[in-house]
Design a protein around this ligand. Structure first.
Ligand code: 13P
Length: 251
């Protein structure tokens, strides 16, 4: 049985003070000793350090929204895996569609980041997902297959990897993939992982769904056999909604 994992991706929202406030509310709303599922929050880089102090001692894990594939050097505006590890992150989101869409990340650069994060001892949430145009033109499976294959190129052990399926057309749009639509792609990804890494690894790997997850649709999504939790954007900015989603993953 895979333990579900719910992570709040706060994206470019919240000042340091607001992040501390929201993290405090999340920890309080979850309550002590919560163990229903794995929970993480991903504030901006700027707020990682202060947020870590709030969640220390709780079940909530600190997650970064990205990291670079070099340790240091002339990479203005970037932050390395070592740096996020040093402030207490246990995981990092890599290859989010917003990084691919607005900041030119490709399967190749995503792969470099995944490898570096793993080699430094971080767990990785590898994001994949098709655009509406790709879905409608019938290339969805080809796109997702390349994102998974190329994103994992050269990686022999995926035990520290979670895959997040986030259809681009469902992110921030209020349009959730139906639970059946999401399940179909999750099954496709798990089958692909079976092909690449064998059945035992595929049975263990968690595949999160992301895209307009809310308290009202979380229970149905998380009830699907291949949906192992969620990567939550907008709804993670409200502690009550986020914790309701976490609890939906703990049923
Ligand atoms: P929304 O939940 O706002 O659609 O965002 C999903 C997402 O991109 C999480 O990484």
């Amino acid at each position: 049985m895979r333990k579900k994992i719910v992570v709040g991706n706060w994206k470019m929202n919240n000042s340091v003070a607001e992040s501390v406030q929201l993290a405090t509310e999340v920890v309080e709303a979850l309550g002590e000793g919560f163990s229903g599922c794995e929970v993480g929050i991903a504030p901006t880089y700027l707020a990682l350090d202060a947020t870590e102090k709030v969640i220390a001692g709780s079940e909530v894990q600190l997650v970064a929204q990205n990291c670079h594939y070099e340790n240091d050097g002339a990479f203005t505006g970037e932050v390395s895996a070592r740096m996020i590890l040093a402030v207490g992150c246990s995981s990092v989101i890599i290859g989010h569609s917003e990084r691919r869409q607005y900041f030119g990340e490709t399967n190749a650069t995503v792969n470099l980041r995944v490898k570096k994060a793993l080699s430094e001892g971080l767990k990785v949430i590898l994001c994949v997902g098709e655009t509406l145009a790709e879905r409608e033109s019938g290339v969805m499976e080809t796109v997702i297959s390349s994102q998974v294959r190329e994103g994992l190129e050269g990686i022999s052990d995926i035990s520290a990897i979670v895959i997040a399926y986030e259809p681009v057309w469902a992110i921030g749009t209020g349009k959730t993939a139906s639970s059946a639509q999401a399940e179909e792609v999750h099954l496709f990804i798990r089958t692909l992982i079976t092909e690449l890494y064998g059945q035992s690894a595929a049975e263990k790997v968690r595949i999160q769904y992301g895209g307009s997850v809310k308290p009202s649709n979380a229970v149905e999504l998380f009830a699907m056999p291949n949906i192992d939790g969620g990567l939550i954007g907008g709804a993670a900015l409200n502690a009550e909604d986020f914790v309701a989603i976490v609890k939906a993953a703990s049923l």
